[in-house]
Write a protein that binds this ligand. Structure first.
Ligand code: FAD
Length: 539
């Protein structure tokens, strides 16, 4: 064994070794799913699953536009490791748990499972997330839902392009973004021409970013006679012929290499109206709300894996005669990272819980605002956390085999997708303007920690003052949303977090006794205990 090289972080249970997750899991009513998530935690720590993650990224998908006879096939071939990852994800219901088992805590249970399994590999989470998110949007069209939902919610991963009726399980994607506009989907130029009495239309146009193009069907936005509308577009038509969904090329992109993102052309492609014609954004926003939750889960997952790796590394690597985990400045960095990870995990589970309880109007209002606030902040923080955790490994963190480069490349995506930072921050303003009840629900949650810490109480008052100032709101949106996120997290940390971590959160993030980089906590706190709480243990 080489001297002074840490043992690989393998054969540990990602659920068991994650105290903030386990505590939130119980609190949000997901304990009935313990065995499922515990098993995912075990699997995620095995060498085999870790290998799948590396193999799927070392062997990117390949596009085959035509067969040997020159006929279009528009197929993407994935490495077997991708299919192994997908089989576990779908087999454990990460694409459908709350729709299969609509019981209290189901979104929270799924969030925990998705967070754990995404730590193995992020790319395959994309179709898993989109399938989960498509169900509530599709339910706006009962006939289509009756046909597709049973297939979207089976535990069978059944890849390959065949008609829905010939499949044991299907996956969904989404296609909104076009060359001339992504955030501004109203600029979509894809046209939908009515072609039948059952909502059938023919779609012609392009989509500039269409991820996971081997999904069985897509929710697509297109301009119908009454305006922008949402359609279900199957890749294979009921008679077994391929729909005219032509993959132009795969994107050569930052981020994971396992998943395919494509540019597509639709050429009179049959698709079916979902929801009211002209109300496409309102329809697809149901899907977007759920994928936004997944952006928070994905960010929490990246942070957790980065912090697990960094705390593990530092506990085994020495420099200047001492373990890194004993060096006071490294202790400061690791504790600061752990605090951020804990605050994110707790927020993620609280948001998932709000999806579970959204039949309660108060929770629905909270969800509307808090998901937008949480997505903006956690996606941004993940980038900084992963970069710093990478540096904790020194040069070893720069090497692909350490997983840190993969996490680093993946980190910016969640902030771009489903509402890039600015658009997301502006959406928070929109939610507050259009749905004042969401502001009340948000403050009810924040106020629940009143009296627990004077720094939190002061921050709440300051936030209220900031929000009542209507001047230059748009320009101040990021500043406001950042503060809303921090105060929401402090409320959660004070009530549910590790007291030592909550104290550090308040002194740094809330009271701003902090620098601009991680590792700038005021010294003297109980930093080592915070790190130990976050360091994964072997079984
Ligand atoms: C890996 C990957 C996979 C993707 N997969 C899919 C997919 O499967 N389906 C799909 O439909 N899309 C997908 N997308 C596209 C993604 O959703 C868009 O890139 C995103 O919505 C931003 O749109 P845009 O790229 O057109 O940027 P633009 O809309 O041009 O925005 C550029 C920048 O301007 C900012 N901005 C925009 N409006 C304002 C404003 N009013 N004020 C201030 N700033 C503003 C944005 O925040 C952003 O930072 C994917 C993207 C990536 C990177």
């Amino acid at each position: 064994m080489s001297s002074n090289q840490p043992p690989p972080l393998v054969d540990y249970n990602l659920f068991d070794s994650d105290l903030p997750l386990r505590e939130s899991f119980e609190r949000e009513g997901a304990s009935w799913a313990h065995d499922l998530v515990h098993e995912l935690g075990r699997l995620a720590g095995t060498q085999q699953a870790i290998d799948w993650g590396f193999q799927a990224n070392a062997n990117p998908p390949m596009l085959h536009t035509h067969d040997r006879f020159g006929e279009r096939i528009d197929e993407v071939e994935f490495h077997p490791a991708w299919h192994d990852l997908m089989k576990v994800a779908v087999g454990h219901g990460l694409h459908a748990l709350p729709w299969r088992e609509p019981r209290p805590g189901a979104h929270a249970a799924r969030a925990a499972g998705f967070y754990i399994w995404s730590q193995v590999e992020g790319g395959h989470g994309c179709p898993v997330s989109m399938t989960y998110a498509a169900v509530p949007a599709l339910r706006k069209e009962k006939t289509l839902a009756a046909l597709w939902e049973p297939l979207m919610t089976t535990l069978a991963y059944d890849p390959g392009l065949r008609p829905a009726t010939k499949k044991r399980g299907v996956l969904f994607g989404m296609a909104m973004t076009e060359r001339q506009g992504g955030s501004d989907v109203r600029a979509n130029t894809t046209r939908a021409v009515p072609a039948g009495s059952d909502g059938e239309h023919l779609l012609t146009g392009h989509k500039w970013f269409c991820s996971a193009p081997m999904c069985d069907a897509f929710l697509v936005l297109a301009q119908a006679p009454a305006g922008l509308s949402c359609f279900l577009l199957p890749r294979v038509l009921p008679d077994g012929t391929r729909n005219r969904f032509h993959i132009q090329r795969l994107k050569d992109k930052l981020g994971n290499r396992s998943n395919a993102s494509s540019e597509i052309e639709l050429d009179n492609a049959p698709a079916f109206l979902v929801g009211e014609e002209g109300n496409g954004v309102k329809t697809i926003i149901e899907m977007v709300n759920h994928t936004r939750l997944d952006c928070v889960i994905g960010s929490a997952s990246l942070m957790r894996q980065a912090v697990a790796q960094a705390t593990h590394h530092a506990a085994h690597r020495q420099a200047f005669g001492k373990l890194l985990s004993e060096q006071p400045l490294m202790v400061n960095v690791l504790a600061d990272l752990a605090v951020e990870s804990e605050a994110t995990t707790i927020l993620m589970m609280r948001l998932a819980g709000a999806f579970d309880r959204s039949s309660d109007p108060e929770e629905a209002h909270f969800r509307r605002l808090a998901v937008a606030v949480g997505k903006f902040w956690t996606c941004k923080r993940a980038i900084a956390v992963v970069a710093e955790a990478l540096e904790c490994h020194g040069g070893n963190g720069y090497v692909e085999e350490s997983i840190l480069p993969r996490l680093y490349r993946e980190a910016p995506l969640n902030s771009i997708w489903e509402g890039s930072g600015n658009v997301n921050a502006l959406d928070v303003l929109r939610a507050m303007g259009r749905e004042p009840e969401s502001v009340n629900a948000f403050f009810t949650e924040i106020d629940a920690a009143r009296g627990a810490d004077p720094r939190h109480d002061r921050a709440v008052e300051e936030l209220k003052r900031e929000l009542s100032n209507r001047e230059d709101l748009e320009s101040r949106a990021r500043r406001l949303v950042e503060r809303m996120a921090v105060v929401l997290q402090s409320s959660l940390m004070l009530r549910y977090g590790d007291p030592a971590a909550a104290e550090l959160f308040c002194s740094s993030r809330v009271d701003r006794d902090w620098g601009h980089t991680f590792g700038t906590l005021r010294s003297g706190g109980n930093l080592k205990s915070v790190i130990e709480r976050h360091r994964p243990r072997f079984q």
